[in-house]
Design a protein around this ligand. Structure first.
Ligand code: HEC
Ligand code: HEC
Length: 435
């Protein structure tokens, strides 16, 4: 064999190998994405992405049909499909001000990419048309003149008719806005960073303005504004945001104070010395209240003592609807991170739920509607309502010791009609022993 022939053979073998590797990867990535999707997404989005999961009927804003190819959060022109990165950003960060929690830090990067690959198979347009080409996003230096121009454009292009003169979401058209399916659509204030579904950084805001939120009255302005004008109005909207720090919806490390002696009887003064972690809450179905739950934890890796506190202006301890709080952890510490919505078959969750009046129920759940009570579980809880706040202490003993454990909290505020799946939730966060 000539040297050339030999080189060509080696090359074609390695090409074959490369090809095989690539196709094997995509062969595996979609099924992997599918099983993660079924666990973490299908309760809302439905098995086939039609927006008809068992939780969807409780959720507001409505869960979209992912098969139709209409996406709000894109770096690509209006009417085109998002890029893989766009989908990855939406799934990693979640959609702020909605119950879709981010999974960054909860799932690995590979897992999130597998979900993206699977989500694309739900919508045939991804095969036939493919993603659009991203617009250019290069922010200019801030100048006071740019901000002035932005303010001018805000009124000239009548952003105020919907968003209101000061961005409070109270323009004359705000109340009558409908989405492309004729459902009324909420328009939120620019004052609060949590209200930006597609992200509240300058770049996020520019992207939303220039590409539009497809399927909503928020059109793409790229045909009407030059890039400079787009950045100007993005700077202006960004300048309206009040408190700019915002806590992430998932993946906060809550440090557990280590205490080997029985820490169960703590005075208010000793609780006051423990650090407080504030986790954002999101209502599944109504305007958001309470906004956060405050968490303190002390324990020894198996015995844990929580104090959970949240704002609630009325005490509902009698009657049909009761104020309530629950905390869930994986039942088996080694199983994959469970569905946030009461676990699943492979990863059941152990749930402790307290009701005003100090009733405590403990159950193991394997998904919505699949709950088995644990009548003899060793746990105690006590709640105190004072000055518009609930404060509940909960003592539990887990079956194993841990050093880092995922957990999530739900709150029911009865005076707003919370009951069953109508509740406020946190994403998954972590309990971690302080060194
Ligand atoms: C608690 C319900 C819920 C869960 C769980 C959930 N989503 Fe969503 N999702 C929503 C809602 C509601 C919207 C629409 C929000 C809006 O547009 O205001 C949405 C929108 C989306 C969109 C459309 C984004 C766009 O650009 O328009 C995608 C894609 C998506 N979700 C993927 C996922 C994936 C993947 C998962 C699992 C990792 C997931 N969702 C979990 C409720 C959920
Ligand atoms: C016809 C009404 C209307 C006009 C005019 C309008 N918007 Fe919007 N805009 C909306 C609606 C509705 C939403 C929320 C869509 C949703 O939540 O799905 C929105 C959302 C936004 C968002 C937030 C995106 C996010 O991440 O949640 C920004 C930023 C924004 N608009 C900026 C502007 C600017 C700047 C202008 C003028 C150049 C403008 N809008 C004009 C209706 C309008």
């Amino acid at each position: 064999m000539s040297l050339w022939g030999w080189t060509a053979t080696v090359m074609s073998i390695s090409l074959l190998l490369l090809f095989n590797l690539a196709s094997n990867q995509s062969d595996e990535i979609v099924p992997k994405g599918r099983s993660l999707y079924l666990r973490h997404c299908a309760s809302c989005h439905g098995e086939k992405g039609k927006g008809d999961g068992p939780l969807a009927k409780f959720v507001n804003p409505p869960v979209p049909d992912l098969t139709e190819g209409v996406f709000k959060f894109r770096s690509t022109p209006s009417g085109t499909l998002p890029t893989d990165n766009d989908l990855k950003r939406t799934i990693s960060e979640g959609i702020s001000s909605t119950p879709m929690m981010g999974v960054k830090g909860i799932l690995t990067n590979d897992e999130i990419e597998a979900i993206v690959a699977f989500v694309k198979t739900l919508c045939p347009d991804f095969q036939t048309k493919g993603s659009g080409n991203p617009i250019s996003i290069e922010p200019p230096q801030f100048t006071p003149d740019l901000l002035k121009l932005g303010r001018q454009i805000y009124y000239e292009f009548q952003c105020n008719t919907c968003h209101g003169p000061n961005g409070d979401g109270d323009g004359p058209m705000a109340k009558s806005l409908k989405d492309s399916k004729g459902r009324s659509i909420r328009i939120l204030s620019f004052r609060d960073p949590r209200n930006f579904k597609g992200g509240h950084s300058l770049i996020d805001i520019y992207r939303s303005i220039m590409t539009g939120l497809d399927g909503t009255p928020m059109a793409s302005f790229s045909e009407f504004l030059t890039e400079k004008e787009g950045w100007a109005v993005a700077y202006f909207v960004h300048s309206l945001i009040g408190k700019k720090d915002m806590k992430q919806s998932s993946n906060i490390n809550v440090k557990v104070k280590r205490n080997e002696t029985n820490p169960f009887v703590l005075s208010d003064a000793s609780w006051a010395k423990l650090p407080i972690f504030e986790l954002p809450l999101q209502s599944l179905w109504r305007t958001n209240k309470p906004e956060t739950v405050r968490v303190q934890v002390i324990g020894d890796g198996q015995n844990l003592n929580f104090r959970l506190s949240w704002d609630d202006s009325t005490r509902n301890g009698k009657g049909k609807f009761l104020d309530s709080v629950s905390i869930q952890v994986p039942q088996n510490l080694k199983s994959p991170i469970p569905s946030l919505f009461w676990g699943d078959n492979q990863s059941p969750v152990l749930v402790f739920r307290w009701f005003a009046g100090d009733k405590l129920t403990v159950f193991v759940a394997r998904g919505l509607g699949n709950k088995v009570s644990q009548h003899y579980y060793n746990a105690k809880a006590k709640g105190v309502w004072q000055k518009g706040k609930w404060s509940v202490t909960l003592q539990v003993k887990l079956s194993e010791t841990f050093s880092r454990l995922p957990f999530a909290i739900s709150i029911w505020d009865a005076s707003y009609g919370d009951e069953g799946e109508r509740r406020s939730i946190t994403g998954w966060h972590w309990l971690e022993f302080s060194p």
